[in-house]
Design a protein around this ligand. Structure first.
Ligand code: NAD
Length: 446
């Protein structure tokens, strides 16, 4: 069954009961945004606090398949109704919710977000936007069709240093860019072979609802929930999906990239259960106004990444930041550490001071805060303000879907180590037909 068909079945009863208009479609500002939160443990707890720190937000509902996560969130928002099944929540609060925040593991992003959008809700969805290319395309399509306010949870997108890097690159500080190298040695999540046997399901946890549309399997402690799912092929998108979507965001945005032509992932052989723990992924893109005729994005992850490379050598033998991106241009290189550190200009092997006033004379970018607790809510508040009609979301699904799709193509390339895949975006197909089976998921009814 296609995911949208599956969701239509679960929605049939709900949609007859109401016909709400989107806030944007109402064409006027609102005084209060009523939010429902799906997944309130882990990052979801942080998302909840950041959204709720906006003075015009009322948290009306909390949903989690783990009652411990609900208990913690409820202790801060005791007036919010609580649920363990988002379908029940959305149906029963159809007229009491304006916006939905989705902070579940990746495989449940699309089912939950699509159901909310089909019900005309604005959606803030964590990164990467979804688990499959078909899902990101559906999400983009529905958001556009219904003119909904949407935002992907890439909060650093709204940070000063990233906006400054975008401005510098687009102002031509290093000329046209021919290549970006980006890296993250982050290696979190379960990384063993497929486990045997089953463990008892904890009484606070609903395994069936956690699996959602994914295939049924025995529960195993410390393999899936909480947080361990991210390197497993049925639930997460590996380190490329996890960190690549953050670190590639600025190059993707600044260089006005769209769809890659080819993707090659050099990694170990796939085992069908977990993603390879070390990847070097090379994407080629057609040129844009900010790049040379052809452009290459190279991603390095895994323990010790990146391997040393002359393009990554820093002046005075300085150590590379743990995670980040290096832009290679005609006139020099721009280093963008991830995150909360300013970009640095390197010309002929030496750091050169950047005269920011020259590029931002009216101080439109503001100042660097370098305090995560103060900076992170900006992206969430922008979403809330967009819902209330007073701002515009900067990472809407129209953008986030293309960025995520690009990332997911690299994840699929990991199934075919060292093979160059050719992407036909118009038809949403690889030239290598054996890769097309990974563009969509299984969509179990649960
Ligand atoms: N933007 C960021 O900086 C950032 C940082 C970390 C994680 N994330 C993203 O946040 C999401 C969650 O990651 P995490 O590390 O918090 O994972 P996690 O496993 O620690 O937490 C997920 C939470 O969602 C709940 N959940 C799972 N399925 C659910 C369902 N169907 N309905 C309701 N609740 C459900 C779980 O019980 C848990 O409380 C992922 O998409 C991840 O990529 C983003």
């Amino acid at each position: 069954m296609k995911k949208r068909d599956f969701l239509k079945t679960s929605l049939a009863a709900a949609t007859t009961a109401f016909l709400p208009k989107t806030i944007m479609a109402m064409g006027k500002t609102k005084d209060l945004l009523r939010t429902a939160h799906i997944g309130v443990g882990g990052m979801g707890f942080s998302d909840l606090k950041s959204i709720a720190s906006h003075p015009k937000v009322k948290v009306v509902a909390l949903c989690d398949v783990d009652s411990n996560a609900i208990a913690k969130a409820s202790s801060i928002y005791p007036d919010a109704k609580t649920f363990k099944d988002y379908r029940v929540m959305l149906k029963s609060l159809a007229n009491e919710v304006d916006a939905v925040v989705v902070s579940t593991p990746d495989h449940s992003h699309a089912p939950a977000s699509i159901m909310a959008m089909e019900m005309n809700k604005a959606v803030y969805c964590q990164k990467p936007l979804a688990h499959h290319v078909s899902e990101v395309r559906d999400m983009r399509h529905i958001a556009a069709e219904k003119k909904l306010v949407t935002q992907m949870g890439i909060q650093v997108h709204s940070f000063y240093d990233y906006k400054l890097a975008t401005l510098l690159i687009q102002s031509g500080i290093i000329g046209k860019v021919s290549r970006v190298r980006a890296w993250s040695p982050k290696n979190w999540g379960f990384d063993g072979p497929k486990p045997n046997g089953a463990d008892p399901i904890p009484s606070n946890f609903d395994w069936n609802l956690w699996l959602g549309t994914a295939e049924k399997r025995p529960f195993k402690e410390k393999v899936y929930h909480p947080g361990n799912w991210r390197k497993l092929v049925d639930f997460g998108c590996g380190t490329l999906g996890d960190m690549g979507v953050h670190i590639f965001d600025t190059p993707y945005n600044a260089l006005a990239l769209d769809v890659p032509n080819t993707i090659k992932n050099s990694c170990r052989k796939p085992n069908g259960f977990g993603y390879p723990e070390k990847n070097e992924v090379i994407y080629t893109f057609p040129g844009t106004q900010y790049t040379t005729k052809n452009f290459e994005w190279v991603w390095h992850d895994g323990k010790g990444a990146p391997d040393s490379h002359k393009e990554l050598r820093l002046p005075d033998k300085e150590k590379l930041p743990l995670q980040g991106a290096m832009f290679m241009g005609e006139k020099g290189r721009l280093l963008l550490p991830h995150f909360m550190q300013p970009p640095r200009l390197i010309v002929e092997g030496k750091y050169v001071a950047i005269d920011i006033k020259k590029y931002d004379p009216d101080n439109k970018l503001g100042i660097t805060v370098n305090d995560y607790e103060r900076d992170a809510p900006k992206h969430y508040h922008q979403f809330v303000d967009a819902c209330l009609g007073t701002d515009v979301a900067s990472a809407p699904f129209s953008y986030a879907s293309r960025l995520t799709e690009t990332i997911l193509l690299g994840v699929i390339a990991g199934r075919f180590p060292n093979k160059t895949l050719h992407w036909d975006s118009k038809n949403a197909r690889f030239k290598e037909s054996e890769a097309n089976q990974y563009l969509t998921g299984k969509n179990r009814s649960f």
